[in-house]
Write a new protein. Structure first.
Length: 121
């Protein structure tokens, strides 16, 4: 699959601090509109998050930028897939090769298995 036609969407010129802040703001607003996430966060309020805080303190500078970049890549790819069904088909064909491998499935945790099943539906 040639993605050159989607280069501007997948590799935009706004991959800078301002662009990332705008992306974070957008996903934050989307999260606020998600009743399931808001319910979870409400229940998590007051929970002991000391282990998470320690992880963020010791690993956050390295891990969080990669997490945000990964989220942004997935967001952009999702938009391209919605605009061009051929990209969606190509991605699906690519993943079928992994899904048919029993070792791949065995390495997934419960969330990943549920996510795979929901995407396949």
């Amino acid at each position: 699959m040639d993605l050159a036609a989607h280069e501007a969407a997948l590799l935009p010129g706004d991959l800078d601090t301002a662009g990332m802040r705008a992306f974070i703001d957008r996903i934050g607003r989307a999260a606020q509109e998600n009743p399931y996430l808001m319910k979870f966060l409400g229940r998590a309020r007051g929970a002991d998050l000391s282990r998470l805080q320690e992880k963020v303190r010791t690993e956050g500078a390295e891990v969080l930028p990669r997490v945000l970049l990964h989220a942004q890549v997935l967001d952009r790819l999702t938009e391209v897939m919605a605009d061009d069904y051929k990209v969606s088909q190509a991605c699906r064909e690519h993943w079928k090769r992994f899904e048919s491998n029993p070792a791949f499935r065995a390495g997934l945790n419960a969330f990943q298995k549920a996510k795979l099943a929901s995407v396949n539906l």
